[in-house]
Ligand binder design. Structure first.
Ligand code: GAP
Length: 431
């Protein structure tokens, strides 16, 4: 983890938020490469689950909602961590994270466990007297339930169908930790899939397959993944069945995604609290009912971390350490680096012209500084799958070499074939 965190900071993937002020616990900034990586990951998720399916539509709802949403959802009453405080150093801990009866920081005596609501509060309104207290959403899915009727009637979707959303969520985590694994501000990628109650199990099983396949498609190592079923007594207040996909991080197994059967809990609650009927009318059978919900709920930051951990590799090449991020090319922040062998003799100009052409198609990078070997290594470290070298032969016959990040093998090809060659290998499109 230390090596990966160091690479992320050094190369501009992820920094601690507000670093010049000493940082702020549980908040992270994605730098120039990190934002590309996370965006590619979210785009691939959207491509797979929204664009490529005709039974799912998207939504981008506001982060701040009417406060009653969180009363109806059960979060005001139920979204608690059980915490204990150290009587000596005053540090707070989640009771379920403790390994012994004493404070893990100073060995001091701990208080009795108490409840702590993890929602972040905010006030909305321009006057102190009239501003309403509400919350930054702790999960993206509630707006999907609240907007259920508007979405299905405007898009003419029919059960079974799903609504997907990617967006920020906020939780006042007691102990943010393990880099971006547990943060206070993070992004979720959630689907609420509406089906008939009698089809819950069928859809739960179908979603298990679809979710698992997506992790394989983005390149995670299958032997580092597993399913973990929640025991009945540990289920969230809304769920009758939950199974998590876990990944084996360097610090241990951790949840990447939860798959829950939420039944008709949320739609029923919002109907009750808003006074608006959110039941579904099936015009083909003349039936009215409250659909059940199967919810795959993934974290974009955690998946980004898993992808980085999985891709990070060190090896020895010609007596030197090579750090290489073996990212799936479709996730790589930069798809191709264009490198003139030397700056002189018109090679720099030729390479710059080529880079300008290729950047219309995908993210490219031009680099002319330092020995070619060093430039290759810099690209390996940030996961760039292809390095294109413009050399003297390029001037003569319009061909360049293309070096593969993983095998380090080079092939020669005409410049005008590059866009198709690289585009195909970096595309989201599945065969
Ligand atoms: N709507 C259901 C829900 O929010 P969850 O298991 O609490 O379920 C779903 O969260 C996913 O969101 C988790 O599997 C994880 O990937 C991500 N997540 C939750 N809390 C997080 C945190 N504090 N930091 C980063 N990601 C988090």
């Amino acid at each position: 983890m230390k090596d990966l965190v160091s690479l992320c900071t050094r190369k501009g993937f992820i920094f601690q938020s507000s670093g010049i002020y000493g940082g702020i616990n549980g908040c992270w900034d994605f730098g120039p490469l990190g934002v590309e990586l996370k965006r590619n990951l979210k785009d691939d998720w959207w491509y797979t689950f929204v664009q490529m399916r005709d039974d799912i539509v998207g939504l981008d709802a506001s982060i701040i909602t009417h406060p009653e949403v969180w009363v109806a959802s059960g979060h005001v009453a139920e979204f608690h961590d059980i915490v204990v405080d150290c009587k000596e150093c005053k540090h707070r801990f989640r009771a379920d994270h403790l390994e012994g009866p004493k404070c893990p920081d100073c060995g001091g005596e701990l208080t009795e466990p108490k409840q702590f609501n993890s929602m972040l509060r905010t006030r909305l309104g321009v006057s102190e007297d009239t501003a309403v207290e509400t919350y930054l959403r702790p999960e993206t899915c509630q707006s999907i339930f609240v907007d259920f009727k508007e979405v299905y009637s405007s898009s003419r979707m029919q059960v079974p169908f799903g609504i997907a959303q990617i967006g920020k969520s906020f939780r006042n985590e007691v102990n943010p930790r393990n880099f971006i694994f547990r943060s206070r501000e993070f992004e979720q990628m959630e689907i609420e899939f509406f089906c008939k109650a009698e089809d819950e199990t069928k859809w739960f099983e179908a979603w298990k397959i679809a979710i698992w396949q997506w992790y394989l498609d983005i390149g995670l190592t299958e032997s580092k993944m597993r399913w973990l079923a929640h025991p009945k007594e540990a289920l969230a207040h809304y769920s009758s069945r939950t199974e998590d996909v876990e990944y084996e991080f360097p610090f241990g197994w951790g949840e990447l995604q939860g798959l829950a059967n939420r039944g008709c809990f949320d739609l029923t609650q919002h109907s009750k609290h808003s006074g608006k009927d959110l039941s579904y009318f099936d015009a083909t059978t003349n039936e009215r009912y409250m659909p059940s919900v199967i919810e795959p709920s993934a974290g974009a930051d955690r998946t980004t971390l898993a992808v980085l951990c999985d891709a990070y590799d060190e090896e020895e090449v010609d007596g030197e350490k090579r750090i290489v991020l073996r990212l799936d090319p479709k996730l790589s922040p930069i798809k191709a680096a264009i490198l003139p062998l030397v700056k002189k003799d018109g090679l720099a100009e030729l390479a710059q012209g080529l880079e300008l052409k290729l950047r219309r198609k995908f993210n490219t990078f031009y680099d002319q500084s330092g020995a070619i070997g060093r430039r290759y290594r810099r690209m390996d470290e940030i996961g760039t799958p292809f390095c294109i070298c413009v050399d003297y032969e390029s001037k003569e016959n319009g061909t360049v070499t293309v070096r593969d990040r993983d095998s380090m093998e080079q092939v020669r090809m005409p410049m005008d074939e590059l866009a198709a060659y690289i585009g195909k290998r970096c595309s989201h499109e599945r065969d």
